[in-house]
Write a protein that binds this ligand. Structure first.
Ligand SMILES: C[S@@+](CC[C@H](N)C(=O)[O-])C[C@H]1O[C@@H](n2cnc3c(N)ncnc32)[C@H](O)[C@@H]1O
Length: 201
């Protein structure tokens, strides 16, 4: 997947297609993350979540990781360099320090991966989490036929614009469960099409 081309257009394409829904989902659990100190923010794209996290939590230090150099540049511009270490890297192969992070954030990131990739990725990230770590997830949910159709269109769009290989949504919940995380809160928009979840270990 290469988001360099789409990076500067991402925000307005999102607004055009989904209005404020995704932004609302990303921000939903921020009030519950005020005690976090070390955050691993994966695939955050242009940094809109990161910026809000830093605004609402004045003590958190964050590691931002994204594959796209253009996304990283936009994120650095939006969120600044105070309290953030930016890294352009593939999260599938990057080495994470064990037991380092008390907060993991993955918004609309799991959908980039197939079953085996996601299992391996979540297991590696989980090893980097502290015992009581929290994990915020935003994702699409395909429980209805219209939702399945919309997600298929979105996959086609990302395949054309970014070369995304994965073409279907994997259920991340059993994978997080298997890594010792339990769902402590969830919220949804648009009749369940988009969900935000708060997990804790
Ligand atoms: C669908 S976008 C979501 C962006 C943002 N999190 C949001 O809420 O809109 C997926 C992001 O994950 C990044 N990404 C995809 N695969 C990745 C990988 N293997 N390692 C790191 N970042 C990756 C892309 O560059 C892109 O910025």
């Amino acid at each position: 997947m290469n988001c360099d081309w789409i990076a500067p257009h991402y925000w307005w394409l999102e607004k055009l297609g989904m209005g404020r829904t995704l932004g609302r989902r990303r921000r939903w659990f921020l009030p519950s993350l005020k005690n976090s100190r070390r955050a691993l923010v994966l695939g955050d794209g242009d940094g809109r979540f990161l910026r809000e996290l830093l605004r609402q939590n004045p003590v958190v230090y964050a590691a931002y990781v994204d594959l796209s150099s253009r996304m990283l540049k936009l994120a650095r511009h939006k969120a600044g360099v105070d309290r953030v270490a930016y890294k352009r890297a593939d999260a599938r192969t990057l080495e994470f320090a064990p037991g380092e992070y008390d907060l993991i954030a993955t918004h609309f990131f799991f959908d980039c991966f197939g079953q085996h990739e996601l299992e391996a990725l979540i297991s590696r990230i989980a090893a980097a989490a502290t015992p009581g770590a929290r994990w915020v997830v935003s994702e699409f949910c395909t429980t209805s036929i219209p939702a399945r159709l919309l997600v298929r269109v979105l996959y086609l769009f990302f395949r054309i614009t970014t070369g995304l290989k994965n073409q279907s949504l994997v259920d991340h919940r059993p994978i997080l469960n298997a890594q010792g995380f339990r769902l402590i809160d969830a919220s949804q928009s648009r009749g369940g099409l988009v969900v935000s979840e708060l997990w804790e270990r």
